[in-house]
Design a protein around this ligand. Sequence first.
Ligand SMILES: [Zn+2]
Length: 244
Amino acid sequence: MDPVKSRLEKKPVDYNGFLQEDKKDSSMALGRVDRGRSEVSTPPLESWREERTRSEEDNELNLPTLSAAYSTILRSLGEDPGRQGLLKTPWRAATAMQFFTKGYQETITDVLNDAIFDEDHDEMVIVKDIDMFSMCEHHLVPFIGKVHIGYLPNKQVLGLSKLARIVEIYSRRLQGCQALQVRAITSIYLVLNCNVPLSVSFSHMCMVMRGVQKMNSKTVTSTMLGVFREDPKTREEFLNLIRS
Ligand SMILES: [Zn+2]
């Protein structure tokens, strides 16, 4: 059996108290991580690991239906999908939406195969400022931000570019930010059997463009696994490194 796949399927993860959340209106809040209980309900976690619900062929096949749906949306908004400026809009919007959600076409196994190396290296590995573009599952509007992710190797390391790829796969789906974090770090944790922290600062267009309409509102959340959850010093080291 595929080694990455078997590790992903291997063990259940205890998600209790998994998420730590720190909401602030400024990215200055990045360093503060409350260990309080999360208000976030646990995302459906068992089904995501090897999920590939779409293929290139599906995209092609579904494009007419998706475009037709966008025409309906335009009409329902009081627009005329037949007017010149909108003639190709349903098709463009459908293609764009397929791109925004292209994470459904990939699995973590695609990315991690051939990218895990044995190495006796025990320094914290961190990749900062990974751009994240995702879509909120409640309103289908974007949330965008920066992800800082790392891990403490346990005899094995990942190719560095893979951390960004993992974020990419999980962000290009419909979800909330918490689900994204949990999926990203759990996959690394399961595959490398190591400790993983992750911090995200993001702007949610739901908040910026509707509702409270706060232009500069940013949410900062952190998710930690293993020693990063248990040991304040290790956690602090991670947070200091991503701030520097
Ligand atoms: Zn939303």
